[in-house]
Design a protein around this ligand. Structure first.
Ligand code: PLP
Length: 396
């Protein structure tokens, strides 16, 4: 079957919720993907910031295969060895207190919201609490996560969503303060807004949120699902700001390709929120996905992935700034580490993305006009050069 036939068969059977790019991928190697007709693509999308180690990173596949041979799943009614190690590793990397493993990012958000609501319920003895979320945020597609997603297009068809959510402007502390009431139990924000168009938080904004939450006994939830796990050169982007959340969510690169997420709580949030019976998951944190998490952390440590991102970031930024200077259609660059955006003006960003695909480069869009660059964290200078050369062609 050729690629056209394969795509037709997919469309015949798979619910059309994505306008997929016209390509069927078969395999990956390093930071390259190959389609079913053998064409090679440099991957600067990483499965939407998931495949931080690229494809077939030494040792990763073997760790998963070993775990398949031992044990895949037993439920959370019993302990298993990989979850014990994965919990300890995530606590160590975040210097937080307790972890709950989920199957996805959106479920991590659900859990974080429930933990914040339960914290306020325990404190106040009643349950009509509010959450403040940010305009242009993205937290996922399940009902709770959608309720705190600041994009009307995603939300409207599914109203009424979870009640008690108020929206404020990202990087505008006064607009957040204006939404605080004595019912507010949590403020939720991405440390670097991803889908909204790659907007890093201002340091003063994050510090202000932390102060506000401390003053009013509100829990600060930072969503690290896209910007976490090394993407900014730190395990978690908030570590670059020195501002710790009460609850953080992560997923995507946590397992580098297996479906795993987590919400992580500090001592204050963990000790006074979810108790046995309040929350659960059948698959979450099963031995298979936790074996992946453990291998990801040990590779990050052994191969100094964070240091590599920090070292290569100035070069990536220099190359992207060069493109912005050379091409009138690039209005600006913004981002942190390997989470970068080029603001495209005067032509649809989708046109650039499609051209890049034709020329063998995978990049994606964010918001309405941003070209998003979220490569595997293991790219080299040569890969940056190759990306810049292809984008240079596409932007002409
Ligand atoms: N939060 C952020 C910041 C995200 O970027 C995403 C996905 O893109 C999610 C939450 C939802 O994660 P998932 O698609 O794994 O449910």
């Amino acid at each position: 079957m050729n690629m056209i036939n394969q795509m037709e068969e997919a469309e015949a059977n798979i619910l059309h919720t994505y306008n997929r790019f016209p390509v069927v991928f078969e395999r990956g190697e390093g930071v390259y993907l190959y389609d079913t007709e053998g064409k090679k693509y440099l991957d600067f999308a990483a499965g939407i910031a998931v495949s931080a180690l690229g494809y077939h990173y030494p040792g990763y596949d073997e760790a998963l295969k070993d775990q398949i041979d031992k044990l895949l799943h037993i439920s959370n009614l019993y302990y298993n060895q990989p979850i014990i190690e994965a919990g300890a590793r995530l606590v160590m990397a975040s210097r937080m207190n307790k972890v709950f493993f989920t199957n996805s990012g959106t479920e991590a958000i659900e859990g974080a919201i429930k933990a914040a609501k339960k914290y306020a319920f325990e404190r106040d003895g009643h349950a009509d609490h509010e959450v403040i979320a940010m305009n242009h945020s993205f937290h996922g597609r399940s009902i709770g996560a959608l309720s705190v997603t600041g994009n009307a297009h995603y939300r409207e068809p599914f109203e009424p969503l979870m009640g008690g959510v108020k929206f404020a402007d990202f990087n505008d502390l006064e607009s957040v303060k204006a939404q605080v009431t004595d019912k507010t139990c949590a403020i939720i924000a991405e440390t670097v807004q991803g889908e909204g168009g790659i907007y890093p938080a201002d340091k003063k904004f994050l510090e202000g949120l932390r102060r506000l939450c401390d003053e009013k006994d509100i829990l600060l939830i930072l969503d690290e699902i896209q910007c976490g796990m090394g993407r900014t050169g730190y395990y978690f982007a908030w570590q670059a700001y020195g501002v710790q959340p009460d609850i953080m969510t992560c997923a995507k690169a946590l397992g580098c390709g297996v479906p795993v997420g987590a919400f992580v709580l500090n001592e204050k949030a963990a000790s006074a929120s979810l108790k046995p019976g309040d929350h659960g998951t059948t698959y979450g944190g099963n031995p298979f996905v936790c074996a992946a998490v453990n291998k990801v952390f040990s590779i990050f440590e052994q191969d100094m992935i964070l240091a590599h991102v920090q070292e290569l970031t100035p070069y990536l930024e220099e190359k992207l700034d060069g493109l912005a200077e050379q091409h009138d259609c690039v209005a600006a660059r913004r981002g942190m580490g390997f989470m970068q955006g080029l603001v495209i003006k005067g032509r649809p960003v989708g046109e650039v993305v499609n051209k890049a695909l034709e020329k063998g480069l995978l990049v994606i869009s964010a918001g309405s006009d941003v070209l998003r660059i979220v490569p595997p964290l293991v790219i080299t200078r040569e890969h940056v050069d190759e990306m810049a050369a292809i984008l240079d062609e596409c932007l002409k």
